[in-house]
Design a protein around this ligand. Structure first.
Ligand SMILES: Cc1ncc(COP(=O)(O)O)c(C=O)c1O
Length: 376
């Protein structure tokens, strides 16, 4: 029940990876045959990824994951465009791999505007427009929030940013696989994503870089990835990523969302029947990705509930995966409801994936209701 943290690998992805590992161990930069075979595997994966977001092959750069893609885009734009301006816009509820680079840029003398969000995690477009000055060089706004599932109106935001001097970066780590993404239609200049959230391998991601927007690399060294990311490519994992992307491309996102919505209802119905007092952080309309259900169970602290569920064999998160480990109160819930709100200390995040079954959700819902009745 924590698929927003990570997902199990697809059996076909495992097949592709193990096959690559056993048969093609060549270095993709080598010019002899096993090198060329490795290069071919990378090229094929790159094409599959480019197709799924409507980009060109040479606009896709492989990285070590969503965090590296975000760092590359943010530092790259900031450092290469500082002669134009030093102002950047983002939101208060981005992932730490966006917020921490922003804090570093502030230490370097950049001005970062953190847009407020409402209780549903939504920014105001008017607020964005009002903050977009000619000196603004970058707008970084996520596709789907990892804690409460808010889907940002990327097309509308892209339209606003396109009329300014700024580049538009989207952290789409929770978006890929759950919603449709189209970098042309949404006028996105940079888009980050990660393989392990879509049943692919860990420590692998990509950054889409619009060919018109040249970025300096974050990792310097060899000439891999046409000098945009040095380091010998992890060919088996990249081939597996290509397979994972092909699988999600074939999934109807509307159907997937309605399956997840049904799972959300199963859990809420169980809580209703057991007369549990709860509040939903986020919402249910089409502006939320239903793979996430963030709930406050009134009067039960996050850690107590999480531990009880863990003992019963169920994994849920107390925020994002990173904050869960350190028991920091969620910055997302604080931004939505205020630091003093009990929602900040009494909420859990439940999240579904492609392989989550109705049976699993029913068992989980029963256990959640049982634990909550005892604790409430
Ligand atoms: C919205 C978002 N951005 C970025 C990341 C980081 O991705 P990765 O784990 O591939 O570094 C995550 C992972 O939790 C995420 O949910």
């Amino acid at each position: 029940m924590d698929n927003a943290a990570t997902t199990p690998m697809s059996p076909k992805v495992i097949d592709v990876i193990t096959n690559e590992m056993t048969t093609d161990f060549g270095n993709a930069s080598s010019t002899y045959e096993i090198g060329r075979t490795a290069r071919h595997a990378i090229d094929q994966a790159r094409t599959k990824i480019a197709n799924v977001i409507n980009a060109e092959d040479n606009e896709i750069v492989f990285t070590s994951g969503g965090s590296e893609s975000n760092n590359t885009a943010i530092f790259g734009v900031a450092h290469s465009r500082r002669s134009i301006g030093k102002r950047i816009i983002t939101t208060k509820i981005e992932h730490p791999s966006v917020l921490e680079p922003m804090k570093q840029l502030e230490r370097e003398g950049y001005e970062v505007i953190y847009l407020d969000v409402d209780q549903n995690g939504r920014i105001s477009l008017a607020d964005l427009k009002a903050n977009l000055t000619p000196e603004t060089i970058l707008v970084s706004i996520m596709a789907v929030n990892n804690e409460i599932g808010t889907i940002n109106p990327l097309e509308a935001i892209g339209e606003v940013v396109a009329g300014s001097n700024a580049y538009f970066h989207v952290d789409a780590v929770q978006g890929l696989g759950n919603i449709e993404l189209d970098v042309q239609k949404m006028q996105i200049d940079f888009l980050s994503s990660s393989a392990h959230k879509i049943n692919g391998p860990k420590f692998l991601g990509f950054l889409y870089e619009n060919k018109k927007a040249k970025l300096p690399p974050l990792i310097l060294g060899g000439e891999q990835e046409t000098k945009r990311r040095a380091g010998t490519e992890n060919v088996p994992a990249i081939a597996g990523f290509g397979e994972a992307v092909s699988e999600i491309a074939a999934v109807d996102k509307m159907q997937l969302q309605s399956k997840y919505h049904h799972f959300q209802e199963l859990i809420l119905n169980e809580l209703e029947q057991a007369k549990i007092k709860y509040e939903i952080n986020g919402g249910f309309d089409e502006q939320f990705s239903h793979h996430v259900l963030n709930l406050r169970l009134n009067g039960i602290s996050t850690i107590v509930l999480q531990t009880n569920l863990d003992l019963a064999g169920f994994a849920v998160s107390g925020g994002s995966a990173c904050t869960a480990g350190s028991l920091e109160p969620s910055h997302v819930l604080k931004a939505c409801f205020g630091a003093e709100s009990p929602r900040v200390t009494e909420s859990i995040r439940i999240s579904f994936g492609r392989y989550t079954t109705e049976d699993e959700v029913k068992k989980f819902a029963k256990q959640l209701a049982k634990i909550a009745s005892k604790l409430q």
